[in-house]
Design a protein around this ligand. Structure first.
Ligand code: HEC
Length: 159
């Protein structure tokens, strides 16, 4: 990790302390995500991609739902572009610390509370998360990247 990224991570930790009051309704489990993506999901350009106003359209596509469950559970590594900003990071999978119900709860929070328009998608359930994880039992960070590339190539509007 370069010096700039270390500084950014320290800044993130500082910001986190100050802005957590603003989103008092966030489920406790979202705290794991907020450590990097920030309490309001804005992220840190070039370091942690934003989640705010991005997940509802992805959650309206079957392949997108599968992708979101796998990113949270298994993580993601490699080059991605979000809103024209390049990222080459590594998100550690959170599946070891989150059960399926917690994963569904977090995704539902991010795609509704952190999204201007939450229309067009159905809430995630623990059963759906279980199904996706069983179907992709061996998926690692690199395979999650492959899924993302296929998803975004077929649906360029998600960019
Ligand atoms: C340690 C920091 C860290 C934590 C904790 C973390 N993420 Fe991430 N997340 C990242 C990074 C870095 C990336 C981009 C990885 C890359 O560049 O390939 C990312 C990518 C993502 C993406 C993909 C965005 C896209 O446009 O495809 C989603 C969705 C996501 N994270 C959601 C979450 C959620 C939900 C949580 C909490 C359960 C979480 N993250 C926890 C660092 C983190």
């Amino acid at each position: 990790m370069g010096m700039l990224k270390l500084l950014s991570a320290a800044l993130t930790a500082l910001l986190l302390g100050q802005s957590s009051l603003a989103l008092a309704q966030a489920p406790e489990e979202y705290g794991r995500c907020a450590a990097c993506h920030l309490p309001d999901g804005a992220g840190l350009p070039g370091v942690f991609p934003p989640l705010k106003d991005r997940l509802a359209p992805i959650a309206s596509l079957p392949d997108g739902r599968e992708y979101l469950v796998l990113v949270v559970s298994r993580g993601l590594a490699g080059p991605i572009t979000v809103a024209d900003v390049p990222y080459f990071g590594m998100m550690p999978g959170q599946g070891g610390a989150l059960d399926s119900a917690a994963t569904a709860k977090i995704l539902n929070f991010v795609a509704t509370e952190l999204n201007v328009s939450a229309a067009g998608w159905q809430p995630f359930t623990a059963e759906e998360v279980d199904r996706v994880l069983a179907k992709n039992a061996d998926a690692d960070v690199n395979q999650v990247l492959n899924l993302r590339q296929a998803l975004f190539a077929q649906n360029p509007e998600l960019q």
